[in-house]
Structures are given as structure tokens and as C-alpha cells.
Design a protein around this ligand. Structure first.
Ligand code: SF4
Length: 254
């Protein structure tokens, strides 16, 4: 499923409420620094694509906000997500600044959130942009490199859990960690980040990162790998309880 607009919705998000979607990636393909087996947009598309320019994003947002105001609809949150990784946009920081300004003008109580896979945290402008938002919701799918690579399939082979953990720690707790839990098989290998060993290591990683909140969730829509299993709400709650017992605030979207 691809998003066909720069600004879409608002849609009801399991995790965020009435959410106005912001897509900084192409409208006719998906570009990402991961190639997650569970990605609702499918696997990465090859080829040359055009990204929307900063001015186009601001214009599209302003038009949408005018429409919403005329319809009496108030979004809870502006959410950057879309057809790939939003922080890969070269004008990410400037787009966040424009979005903050338009939010203040039209819906000052709405939050600005970014759903990010964390891969671009080595860029100072990306970190600055993220710090201008209300919620940085950063992906951490396994504390083990082998599992992370099976689930997320990072394009950069050198990407590692150690690098990621260090970057997440640099937010000094002012971040939300997001983790999907799933089981399945891909390319003849078993994928499972729900085992006791996985969950214990994940909780230990949270103790190091100290996020202000944790969001865990299960597959919700069709995935490019068809053998993946949706973990039940009950099982997610059991996993959440392990993190709660360690002192974390955890929300569950089953
Ligand atoms: S990080 Fe997000 S957009 Fe990128 S492949 Fe994974 S689920 Fe899809």
C-alpha cells in the first residue's frame, strides 16, 4: 500500500489518535534505508524518484489545514511516516520548521510526531529536526544484530544495534521507542523476536536507553513476506508487562 499524497488523512491511528499523515517520500514508490519484512508499503522500489520539495510540502499542508478547519476537524497529531523513511529527505529539518509554524497557526494543540527507523541519527540536521518535534518515535526491533537484520534488512550492512543504542542514548530519555513483535520465516530463516531471550535482551536495552515511553505493536495490514504471524494482543500485553515491571510506560497496539 502506497500513500498517494504528500499530506493524507486524517486517519485513525492505533497508536496516535486522529492523525494527519505527512509523506516526504515519492508518491509512486517506496524508498527506505531499511527493507523491513513487515513493511506495509512493500519492499523498496528500484529506480529514480523525485521527492517533494520543502515548498511543496508546506503548500500541501496549508491547503489541507484550511480544508480541515472549514470542516471543523481537529487533528490530534501531525505524523511523519509515509512511503519510506521521512528523515532521509534532505530538507527534513526545514520541513519540520515549516510544519511547526503551520501547526501553531492552525491547530496549536496538535502534536508533531515522527515515526523513524533511526538510521539517520548520525546526521546532526536530522537530530536537530527531531528535537523540534513533540515526539520522536524511534525504531528498535531487537537487541540482537542477527534478529534486527532479519526483520529490518538494513540497506547499510554496517548498521548495528550497538550504533543504534548509542544514538538513542544521546536523546537522554526524551524519545519514544517503538518495537514490532512478530514471528515467521523469510529466505529459509526463522524470524522471532518474541522469545524469552529476545524480550529479556530488549528490556535490558530499554534500561540502557531509558525512553520516556515505549510503543509495542503487532502487524496490522498485509506484509510483503506472507509467512509472518500476527502476535496476539494477550502476548503483547505479557511482553509489555515485562517492560512495565522494569519501570517503563508501555502502550500496546494489537
Ligand atoms: S523502516 Fe518503516 S518504511 Fe522503512 S521498510 Fe521499515 S516499516 Fe517500511
Amino acid at each position: 500500500m502506497l500513500f498517494t499524497e504528500i499530506v493524507y488523512g486524517p486517519i485513525h491511528s492505533r497508536r496516535l489518535g486522529c492523525s494527519l499523515g505527512m509523506n516526504l517520500m515519492p508518491l509512486n514508490g517506496k524508498i527506505c534505508s531499511f527493507n523491513c519484512v513487515y513493511c506495509e508499503c512493500g519492499f523498496n522500489t528500484q529506480g529514480k524518484y523525485t521527492l517533494p520539495k520543502r515548498e511543496e510540502v508546506a503548500k500541501a499542508l496549508q491547503i489541507k489545514l484550511e480544508e480541515l478547519r472549514a470542516q471543523g476537524i481537529t487533528p490530534d497529531v501531525f505524523t511523519f511516516s509515509g512511503n519510506g523513511e521521512p528523515t532521509m529527505h534532505p530538507e527534513f529539518e526545514g520541513i519540520i520548521e515549516d510544519t511547526c509554524q503551520l501547526r501553531d497557526q492552525y491547530f496549536p494543540n496538535a502534536k508533531i510526531s515522527v515515526l523513524s527507523n533511526s538510521t539517520q541519527l548520525g546526521k546532526e540536521s536530522v537530530v536537530r529536526g527531531l528535537m523540534k518535534t513533540d515526539n520522536r518515535i524511534l525504531k528498535f526491533d531487537s537487541a540482537f544484530n542477527e534478529t534486527m537484520k532479519l526483520i529490518d534488512q538494513p540497506v547499510n550492512e554496517n548498521y548495528s544495534v550497538e550504533w543504534l543504542t548509542e544514538r538513542l542514548c544521546s536523546f537522554k530519555g526524551d524519545l519514544i521507542v517503538q518495537t514490532i513483535f512478530l514471528r515467521g520465516e523469510h529466505d529459509g530463516k526463522t524470524i522471532d523476536n518474541t522469545t524469552a531471550q529476545e524480550v529479556d535482551a530488549w528490556v535490558n536495552a530499554l534500561k540502557t536507553i531509558q525512553p520516556k515511553q515505549v510503543m509495542i505493536y503487532a502487524i496490522d495490514r498485509a506484509t510483503p513476506v506472507k509467512t509472518l504471524e500476527k502476535v496476539s494482543k494477550e502476548e503483547l500485553e505479557q511482553i509489555a508487562d515485562k517492560a512495565r515491571n522494569a519501570g517503563f510506560t508501555v502502550s500496546v497496539a494489537g
